[in-house]
Design a protein around this ligand. Structure first.
Ligand code: 5GP
Length: 205
Protein backbone atom coordinates (compact mmCIF):
# COMPACT_ATOMS: atom_id res chain seq x y z
CA UNK A 1 0.00 0.00 0.00
CA UNK A 2 2.78 2.42 0.87
CA UNK A 3 5.74 3.51 -1.23
CA UNK A 4 8.68 1.78 0.44
CA UNK A 5 11.23 4.36 -0.61
CA UNK A 6 12.48 6.82 1.97
CA UNK A 7 12.33 10.60 1.68
CA UNK A 8 15.16 12.84 0.59
CA UNK A 9 14.96 15.95 2.76
CA UNK A 10 17.17 18.93 1.99
CA UNK A 11 17.75 21.51 4.70
CA UNK A 12 19.41 24.63 3.38
CA UNK A 13 19.70 28.34 3.99
CA UNK A 14 22.29 31.10 4.22
CA UNK A 15 25.55 30.76 6.10
CA UNK A 16 25.19 31.23 9.90
CA UNK A 17 21.41 30.80 9.85
CA UNK A 18 21.74 27.85 12.21
CA UNK A 19 20.98 24.87 9.95
CA UNK A 20 23.71 22.75 11.54
CA UNK A 21 22.39 23.39 15.05
CA UNK A 22 18.83 22.64 13.94
CA UNK A 23 19.92 19.31 12.42
CA UNK A 24 21.85 18.35 15.57
CA UNK A 25 18.75 19.04 17.69
CA UNK A 26 16.53 17.14 15.29
CA UNK A 27 18.74 14.04 15.56
CA UNK A 28 18.62 14.19 19.36
CA UNK A 29 14.98 13.17 19.00
CA UNK A 30 16.02 9.76 17.66
CA UNK A 31 13.36 9.81 14.99
CA UNK A 32 12.77 6.34 13.60
CA UNK A 33 14.19 5.74 10.14
CA UNK A 34 15.88 9.15 9.88
CA UNK A 35 19.49 9.28 8.73
CA UNK A 36 21.89 12.19 8.22
CA UNK A 37 24.03 12.21 5.12
CA UNK A 38 27.68 12.80 6.01
CA UNK A 39 29.30 15.13 3.51
CA UNK A 40 32.84 15.03 2.21
CA UNK A 41 34.84 18.24 2.57
CA UNK A 42 38.30 19.56 1.84
CA UNK A 43 38.25 21.87 4.85
CA UNK A 44 40.29 21.05 7.94
CA UNK A 45 38.47 19.53 10.92
CA UNK A 46 37.64 21.94 13.73
CA UNK A 47 38.43 20.95 17.32
CA UNK A 48 35.90 18.28 18.43
CA UNK A 49 35.07 17.26 14.87
CA UNK A 50 35.55 13.60 14.05
CA UNK A 51 36.31 12.15 10.64
CA UNK A 52 33.39 10.03 9.45
CA UNK A 53 31.04 11.55 12.03
CA UNK A 54 30.85 15.27 11.24
CA UNK A 55 32.36 15.03 7.77
CA UNK A 56 34.56 12.80 5.69
CA UNK A 57 37.64 15.02 5.67
CA UNK A 58 39.51 14.49 2.42
CA UNK A 59 42.15 16.36 0.41
CA UNK A 60 41.48 18.32 -2.79
CA UNK A 61 42.91 15.57 -4.99
CA UNK A 62 40.59 12.89 -3.59
CA UNK A 63 37.65 15.30 -3.84
CA UNK A 64 38.51 15.96 -7.50
CA UNK A 65 38.62 12.21 -8.20
CA UNK A 66 35.19 11.74 -6.62
CA UNK A 67 33.85 14.52 -8.85
CA UNK A 68 35.43 12.88 -11.91
CA UNK A 69 33.90 9.51 -11.07
CA UNK A 70 30.45 11.02 -10.58
CA UNK A 71 30.35 9.99 -6.93
CA UNK A 72 28.57 13.11 -5.69
CA UNK A 73 24.84 13.75 -5.68
CA UNK A 74 25.84 17.42 -5.55
CA UNK A 75 28.92 19.39 -4.66
CA UNK A 76 29.86 23.02 -4.28
CA UNK A 77 32.63 25.37 -3.34
CA UNK A 78 31.59 27.21 -0.19
CA UNK A 79 34.00 30.09 0.40
CA UNK A 80 37.45 28.48 0.28
CA UNK A 81 36.52 24.81 0.58
CA UNK A 82 34.70 22.11 -1.34
CA UNK A 83 31.77 20.17 0.04
CA UNK A 84 29.85 17.29 -1.51
CA UNK A 85 27.19 14.69 -0.75
CA UNK A 86 28.35 11.14 -1.49
CA UNK A 87 25.68 9.71 -3.80
CA UNK A 88 25.82 5.99 -3.02
CA UNK A 89 25.09 6.32 0.68
CA UNK A 90 22.03 8.50 0.09
CA UNK A 91 20.56 6.40 -2.72
CA UNK A 92 21.14 3.11 -0.82
CA UNK A 93 19.44 4.45 2.29
CA UNK A 94 16.47 5.79 0.36
CA UNK A 95 16.08 2.45 -1.41
CA UNK A 96 16.16 0.74 2.00
CA UNK A 97 13.23 2.93 3.05
CA UNK A 98 15.23 5.30 5.24
CA UNK A 99 14.57 9.03 5.20
CA UNK A 100 17.78 10.97 4.58
CA UNK A 101 18.55 14.55 5.57
CA UNK A 102 21.06 16.61 3.62
CA UNK A 103 22.27 19.75 5.39
CA UNK A 104 23.85 21.62 2.52
CA UNK A 105 24.37 25.10 1.11
CA UNK A 106 22.11 26.84 -1.41
CA UNK A 107 24.17 25.93 -4.49
CA UNK A 108 24.08 22.25 -3.57
CA UNK A 109 20.34 22.35 -2.88
CA UNK A 110 19.81 23.81 -6.36
CA UNK A 111 21.63 20.86 -7.94
CA UNK A 112 19.57 18.35 -5.95
CA UNK A 113 16.38 20.18 -6.97
CA UNK A 114 17.33 19.80 -10.61
CA UNK A 115 18.16 16.10 -10.35
CA UNK A 116 15.85 14.78 -7.69
CA UNK A 117 12.34 16.14 -8.21
CA UNK A 118 10.83 14.09 -5.36
CA UNK A 119 13.02 15.76 -2.76
CA UNK A 120 11.57 17.87 0.04
CA UNK A 121 13.26 21.24 0.21
CA UNK A 122 13.24 23.21 3.45
CA UNK A 123 14.68 26.70 3.57
CA UNK A 124 15.87 27.95 6.96
CA UNK A 125 15.25 31.68 7.15
CA UNK A 126 16.82 34.08 9.65
CA UNK A 127 14.27 36.10 11.66
CA UNK A 128 15.80 39.28 10.14
CA UNK A 129 18.88 40.53 8.30
CA UNK A 130 19.94 42.30 11.48
CA UNK A 131 19.84 39.03 13.40
CA UNK A 132 21.74 37.22 10.64
CA UNK A 133 24.45 39.88 10.70
CA UNK A 134 24.80 39.56 14.44
CA UNK A 135 25.06 35.73 14.12
CA UNK A 136 27.77 36.08 11.45
CA UNK A 137 29.65 38.55 13.68
CA UNK A 138 29.27 36.29 16.74
CA UNK A 139 31.17 33.57 14.94
CA UNK A 140 34.04 35.95 15.58
CA UNK A 141 36.33 34.58 12.91
CA UNK A 142 35.50 36.95 10.10
CA UNK A 143 37.01 40.33 9.31
CA UNK A 144 34.67 43.25 8.37
CA UNK A 145 35.24 42.72 4.64
CA UNK A 146 34.27 39.04 5.03
CA UNK A 147 31.16 39.97 7.01
CA UNK A 148 30.08 42.31 4.20
CA UNK A 149 30.79 39.58 1.66
CA UNK A 150 28.72 37.04 3.63
CA UNK A 151 25.83 39.48 4.04
CA UNK A 152 25.75 40.17 0.31
CA UNK A 153 25.90 36.47 -0.34
CA UNK A 154 23.07 35.86 2.18
CA UNK A 155 20.91 38.41 0.33
CA UNK A 156 21.36 36.51 -2.93
CA UNK A 157 20.76 33.18 -1.20
CA UNK A 158 17.53 34.34 0.45
CA UNK A 159 16.27 35.31 -3.00
CA UNK A 160 16.32 31.57 -3.77
CA UNK A 161 13.85 30.74 -0.97
CA UNK A 162 10.95 30.90 -3.43
CA UNK A 163 12.08 27.67 -5.07
CA UNK A 164 11.71 25.62 -1.88
CA UNK A 165 8.70 23.69 -0.58
CA UNK A 166 8.85 24.97 2.99
CA UNK A 167 10.20 27.96 4.88
CA UNK A 168 11.16 27.59 8.53
CA UNK A 169 12.10 30.77 10.37
CA UNK A 170 14.84 30.11 12.89
CA UNK A 171 13.66 32.54 15.58
CA UNK A 172 13.65 29.87 18.24
CA UNK A 173 15.59 26.60 18.02
CA UNK A 174 12.93 24.42 19.62
CA UNK A 175 10.21 25.85 17.40
CA UNK A 176 12.24 25.43 14.24
CA UNK A 177 13.05 21.79 15.06
CA UNK A 178 9.41 21.08 15.88
CA UNK A 179 8.32 22.51 12.53
CA UNK A 180 10.79 20.34 10.62
CA UNK A 181 9.62 17.29 12.57
CA UNK A 182 6.01 18.10 11.60
CA UNK A 183 6.96 18.61 7.94
CA UNK A 184 8.57 15.16 7.84
CA UNK A 185 5.54 13.55 9.51
CA UNK A 186 3.16 15.25 7.07
CA UNK A 187 5.28 14.32 4.04
CA UNK A 188 5.09 10.65 5.07
CA UNK A 189 1.28 10.91 4.75
CA UNK A 190 1.30 12.37 1.23
CA UNK A 191 -1.23 10.74 -1.08
CA UNK A 192 1.46 10.19 -3.71
CA UNK A 193 3.26 7.80 -1.32
CA UNK A 194 0.28 5.45 -1.27
CA UNK A 195 -0.98 2.98 -3.83
CA UNK A 196 -4.54 2.43 -2.75
CA UNK A 197 -5.49 -1.15 -3.49
CA UNK A 198 -9.13 -1.95 -2.88
CA UNK A 199 -9.01 -5.58 -4.02
CA UNK A 200 -8.97 -6.96 -0.47
CA UNK A 201 -12.00 -4.86 0.42
CA UNK A 202 -13.83 -6.02 -2.68
CA UNK A 203 -13.37 -9.67 -1.67
CA UNK A 204 -14.97 -8.88 1.69
CA UNK A 205 -17.99 -7.19 0.15
P1 5GP B 1 30.91 24.30 7.72
O1 5GP B 1 32.27 24.36 7.15
O2 5GP B 1 30.60 25.47 8.61
O3 5GP B 1 30.64 22.97 8.40
O4 5GP B 1 29.88 24.35 6.51
C1 5GP B 1 29.92 25.43 5.62
C2 5GP B 1 28.72 25.35 4.68
O5 5GP B 1 28.81 24.18 3.84
C3 5GP B 1 27.37 25.24 5.39
O6 5GP B 1 26.49 26.16 4.76
C4 5GP B 1 26.94 23.82 5.14
O7 5GP B 1 25.53 23.68 5.08
C5 5GP B 1 27.55 23.56 3.78
N1 5GP B 1 27.72 22.14 3.47
C6 5GP B 1 28.04 21.14 4.31
N2 5GP B 1 28.08 19.98 3.65
C7 5GP B 1 27.74 20.24 2.37
C8 5GP B 1 27.59 19.43 1.19
O8 5GP B 1 27.75 18.22 1.17
N3 5GP B 1 27.26 20.08 0.04
C9 5GP B 1 27.07 21.43 -0.01
N4 5GP B 1 26.72 21.95 -1.17
N5 5GP B 1 27.19 22.21 1.08
C10 5GP B 1 27.53 21.62 2.25
Amino acid sequence: MIDNKGLLIVISGPSAVGKGTICKELFKRNIENLELSISATTRNPRPNEINGVNYHFIDKESFGKMVEHGEFLEYAQVYDNYYGTPKKYVIDKINQGKDVILEIDIQGAKQVRQNYKDGIFIFIMPPSFKELKSRIMKRGTEAQKDIDKRMKCAYEEIEQAKYYNYIVINDDLHNAVEKIYCIIKAEKCRLSRYHIDLSEFKEEL
